[in-house]
Design a protein around this ligand. Sequence first.
Ligand code: F6P
Length: 343
Amino acid sequence: MRIGVLTGGGDCPGLNAVIRAIVRKAERQYGDTVLGFADGWLGVLEGEYTELSVERMRGTLPRGGTVLGTSRMSPRMHEDGIERVRATMEATGADALIVIGGEGTLSAGVGVFEAGAANVVGVPKTIDNDIGLTERTFGFDTAVGIATAAIDRLHTTAESHDRVMVVEVMGRNVGHIATWAGIAGGATLTLIPEEPFDIESVAEAIVRRHQRGRWASIVVVAEGARPKAGTLEMPEPEIDQYGHVRLGGIGQAVATEIEARTGYDTRVTVLGHIQRGGTPSALDRVLCSWYGIAAIDAVHDGDWGSMVAFRSGEMVRVRLADAVAELKPVNPALYDVAKAFFP
Ligand code: F6P
């Protein structure tokens, strides 16, 4: 078979590990040719690709980023987007397309598949861990590890100066990274989008802790965390060239309010793209290898419109359309674990 692969949306540790696994089994066991489309859906729309091989992918397992490049371009952004995808599939002789991406990229895959423009199999990528019907997206474990290491470092400087440290982490409209890193890093408070916060209660909790003799506090804030309606003015978010809302800034707003309401010296750290760059964790390398092998097997089973998913320790297949129907929120029981440590 001839199989196209693309990586779309924000990059993520482990993308190369997935591609490497696909190429390995495709070439060595199935005798396929793998076409790597450049820059996500953009390469499919423009028919730009290179042939991938085991040799080409050598040494890429621990490398962050993606050898294919990525973008937030989608066939939906062009009037004739679906027809262009169909034309590229025909022109390249590709029998299938493995779409490695987050919610935006995979949703575009559903559109392409449902229009009959390509035989699609999805792989759930994102540090945000917000894709439904899979317990883990790849990249999440690495991001949590990076955020936790940062929180560990902030503890010591917070303690030296008796400061409140606010740490803003990524995660878009869900609080998986914040919740996991908050628990792992021993945060004083963790604010997530799933539970809008009251800034006055946040300040009171920190004062309570300080009155018990603990001065330094770490407040983890998910970039998508929201104040309860009418409790804190937030600036309008910026929109990027792809219509993607640029989150961020909530950490600074929370820090300013904490300092104003408590009088405690407060600093803010925005972890930003550090959470996405660099080498994948060992767990992500294993998960990515498994995802890649499962994806090429799904292609050979002709399981079009499926997404490979990790559930209860097994690699299974779910319907791609169902997986992207709704974002997966943080399990309230896990957030209760974080809350058990709030002052
Ligand atoms: O979806 C992954 C992610 O890193 C989000 O956590 C974050 O909001 C967004 O991408 C940032 O996107 P960009 O790299 O386009 O600024």
